[in-house]
Design a protein around this ligand. Structure first.
Ligand code: UDP
Length: 460
């Protein structure tokens, strides 16, 4: 498009839904402000470009040119890896192809205003951007509160928090109130040193960037944003919630399954449904899966449960459910492989979101005024859960270790029947504040104006 000439932004998402979704929403926001968008994407988990006709997609493959053949980083090769190993391999394998793709884009003639890369890519993208003389902004897809904990990793390590015995899990982390030891954003891995390297590379990559874009809003995380910005000498742009900006991306075509979900929701009473989903990466043991299934069923509340293939370790999908479980559910429960979560959360039938507290899910729930039951699995989810329960007070924690059928039944029932109302009111208040932040002269709108000015003034 003619008017977008000289206003090209290159984006480099991490190839997981919780990172790709906010990057593509941000792309929509920039596009709406008159920029053209090129997405450099790994061949791993390559998205369907036909869903985003306004953007140009380029595959970066770690195959050397001319070698041809299948991309060796296949799903089967990575299926047994823990998340830390997977991120290490992605960073290693795609560093050089990214460098080459970025150079090709920048050398292509049209002026490139800047690169926006996911914070997890770390300093690899800094080196590549410097080589071609392009400014680099970072998108942090998690919240500011959890980033405070990531930034404190060296201190926490020196103080021995990561080698803390199980018996101290409930102790406070005095440097990071209100966190407890069990809330620290660690990931179960065979290689804790590698986790530490990934985190410190992310933090260093943020410090050396030309600015950090956050999918959060000031009225939610003002204190945490201020703490961070006093230690990081780079501009911050909290523009969130991204999915509520009024640009926008073309609506997703509804699948048959989406339509069935909507039909099912339409038949439920207002605020009566428990929506349960644990995101795109977390996995659970078969035993936990069965406890959840029976707990939901015995609660006698209506539920919509996303069981992603791969959610239950060692199984394909639902085969570990006892014979007849689904038939006995009748219309009370629905199990699906995936939903359009934004639509589900916005539906008046949904009364509570049982979530793993991924950051996108957290923001999406808050911004639809839906209180949460928090069962964090790893990483920043633990910090988010503590903030949801103790700071914003819009949910309760149901720890994985406490998750048996009776406890689930109790928590789910009380979330719908007894104590949902106060939390819902607080949630609705945040929803309103989010809307204010996005409105005229709201903080997210003002930051967006400043970001656009900064990007246009970059001299690359
Ligand atoms: N999501 C969805 N349908 C589902 C489950 C998840 O659309 O059935 C989306 C959800 O709306 C969110 C993203 O996938 O935008 C998950 O990101 P989050 O940060 O919550 O968790 P992660 O998957 O990264 O652990």
């Amino acid at each position: 498009m003619e008017e977008r000439k000289g206003r090209k932004i290159i984006m480099f998402p991490l190839p997981f839904p919780g990172h790709f979704n906010p990057m593509i929403q941000l792309a929509g926001i920039f596009h709406h402000r008159g920029f053209s968008i090129t997405i450099l994407h790994t061949s791993y988990n390559f998205p369907d470009p036909s869903r985003y006709p306004h953007f140009t997609f380029r595959t970066i493959s770690h195959n050397k040119e001319g070698e041809g053949g299948e991309d060796p980083l296949s799903r089967s090769e990575t299926s047994g890896m823990d998340l830390v190993a997977l991120i290490r391999v992605l960073k290693q394998k795609y560093a050089e192809p990214f460098r080459e793709s970025l150079a090709a884009e920048v050398g292509g003639g049209e002026k490139v205003c800047c690169l926006v890369s996911d914070a997890i890519w770390g300093r690899n993208t800094e080196i590549a951007a410097k080589e071609v003389g392009v400014h680099r902004l970072v998108l942090r897809t998690g919240g500011a509160a959890s980033f405070c904990a990531f930034a404190a990793f060296p201190l926490l390590r020196d103080k021995g928090y990561f080698s803390t015995l199980d018996s101290r899990q409930d102790d406070p982390v005095i440097e990071l109130p209100p966190l407890k030891v069990k809330d620290l954003p660690v990931v179960e891995t065979n290689d804790p040193d590698e986790l530490y390297r990934i985190i410190s590379d992310m933090v260093e990559g943020v410090k050396s960037s030309s600015g950090v874009i956050w999918n959060t809003f000031e009225d939610l995380e003002r204190g945490q944003l201020m703490d961070l910005s006093s230690n990081f000498n780079v501009p911050f742009f909290p523009l969130g919630p991204f999915h509520k900006h009024s640009n926008h991306l073309p609506p997703k075509t509804k699948s048959k399954e989406d339509n069935e979900i909507t039909k099912w929701l339409e038949k439920q009473d207002p605020k009566s449904v428990v929506y349960a989903s644990f995101g795109s990466l977390a996995d659970i043991e078969e035993k936990e899966f069965l406890e959840i299934a029976w707990g939901l069923r015995n609660s006698k509340q209506s539920f919509l449960w996303v069981v992603r293939p791969g959610l239950v370790r060692g199984t394909e999908w639902l085969e570990s459910l006892p014979c007849g479980f689904m038939d006995n559910l009748g219309h009370k429960g629905k199990i699906v492989k995936w939903t359009n979560q934004l639509e589900v959360l916005a539906h008046p039938a949904v009364g509570v979101f049982w979530t793993h507290c991924g950051w996108n899910s957290t923001v999406e729930s808050i911004c639809e005024g839906v209180p949460m039951i928090c069962t964090p699995c790893f990483s920043d989810q633990r910090v988010n859960a503590r903030y949801i329960a103790d700071v914003w007070r819009v949910g309760n924690v149901l720890e994985k270790s406490m998750m048996d059928t009776e406890e689930i039944e109790k928590v789910v029932r009380s979330a719908i029947m007894d104590n949902g109302n106060e939390m819902r009111d607080r949630c609705l208040a945040y929803k309103e504040r989010a809307e204010k932040c996005l409105g005229e002269n709201g903080s997210s709108s003002n930051y967006l104006d400043k970001l656009v000015r900064d990007v246009l003034s970059f001299d690359s």
